[in-house]
Design a protein around this ligand. Structure first.
Ligand SMILES: Cc1cc2nc3c(=O)[nH]c(=O)nc-3n(C[C@H](O)[C@H](O)[C@H](O)COP(=O)(O)OP(=O)(O)OC[C@H]3O[C@@H](n4cnc5c(N)ncnc54)[C@H](O)[C@@H]3O)c2cc1C
Ligand code: SF4
Length: 296
């Protein structure tokens, strides 16, 4: 590990001022991603500015019915918050699907959003990687790419964004969480190689609003994780679903519309049917929950 300077910021302006003097420096929050990169040599900052004592660890209800989440709120605290669990269950579920209890106790909202890809070549400084070293090439395209992107990738890089939480955030159009009544009926579902401590192969975040009178989809929010360089909002699927009957057939048609542009590689072609089935199953689960609540 390279030597670096460590400073603890007293307030936000001094944190920014410290980093402005060291263009190769970095903010340090929970350190669960950054410290790994220091050890692996992926990053060699000259300065770490510890921001963990700044007063951005609050979850605040907003006058419009939304919620503001501070950048330093720990993932465990956000997942356990009563308002988040009741009004945005997809977000609590996404957080609990990530990492492990110990990691979530350290990891922060800001750090989670800004974590880097888990592409194995990005983390191996002996291998070519355009993202780590622009122009060096992409070892993943012809190499190991089982976890990597099927949608929206560039020829230069097929990495995926690894965050679960960010998929839920994108579904909600969040910087602050907006007031979205039907998000109370929402779900996050993640498929991975084992049950904990591992990133998504494919995940789905969804909220569904069905008109009880005619059984049509009044509104829907849908996003995918593990398939693209960013949390992938499924705009085409949403547009296909709005106004359509809330049925398995419609859900399948919507999933197929979203995945029509997929460009899988040999090692990750399985993600296309996996994503389709996961979308359909998640929407069916939400529909069944809505129907049960109506019967009660
Ligand atoms: C074994 C393991 C398994 C994991 N599994 C999952 C998983 O299944 N799903 C998942 O989503 N994540 C998973 N993670 C990733 C984990 O969620 C992230 O490492 C964590 O959320 C990062 O938050 P942090 O506060 O520790 O960030 P840090 O490591 O401190 O920082 C990460 C980056 O964000 C920057 N940063 C942090 N805070 C701020 C700020 N306030 N302002 C500006 N920049 C900032 C840092 O400079 C750095 O570049 C896993 C991690 C490990 C080690
Ligand atoms: S997919 Fe992106 S991160 Fe992975 S090796 Fe290629 S350029 Fe690097």
């Amino acid at each position: 590990m390279n030597p670096f300077r460590y400073e603890r910021a007293a307030d936000a302006p001094s944190a920014v001022a410290l980093l402005a003097q060291a263009p190769n420096g970095a903010f340090l929050a929970g350190g669960t991603n950054l410290v790994d990169h220091l050890k692996l040599g992926v990053r060699q900052p000259e300065l770490l500015v510890d921001v963990t004592h700044l007063p951005f660890d609050r979850i605040e209800p907003l006058p419009d019915g939304g919620v503001r989440i501070g950048a330093l709120v720990r993932n465990s605290d956000l997942a356990a918050d009563r308002i988040i669990r009741a009004r945005y269950p997809l977000l609590a579920q996404a957080l609990l699907a990530g990492a492990s209890g110990q990691l979530r106790n350290l990891a922060t909202t800001g750090g989670n959003l800004l974590q880097r890809t888990r592409c194995v070549y990005f983390q191996d400084v002996t291998k070519p990687c355009n993202k780590r070293e622009p122009g060096s090439g992409c070892a993943a395209r012809e190499g190991y790419h089982r976890e990597l992107a099927i949608l929206g990738a560039s020829p230069a890089c097929i990495a995926t964004h690894p965050s679960d939480m960010a998929v839920a955030m994108v579904t909600l159009d969040a910087i602050d969480l907006p007031p979205l009544t039907f998000a109370a009926r929402s779900r996050y579902r993640k498929v991975r190689d084992r049950q904990s401590y591992v990133f998504a192969l494919v995940s789905v975040a969804a909220a569904l609003d069905v008109d009880e009178a005619d059984g049509a989809v009044r509104d829907v929010r849908l996003a995918l994780g593990g398939v693209a360089h960013k949390p992938w909002r499924a705009w085409k699927a949403e547009a296909t679903l709005r106004g359509a009957p809330a049925t398995e057939e419609s859900f399948r048609r919507a999933a197929e519309a979203e995945l029509a542009d997929a460009q899988p590689l040999p090692g990750n072609a399985f993600k296309v049917p996996l994503a389709r089935n996961l979308i359909v199953r998640t929407l069916l689960d939400l529909l069944e929950t809505a129907e049960e609540e109506t019967r009660l």
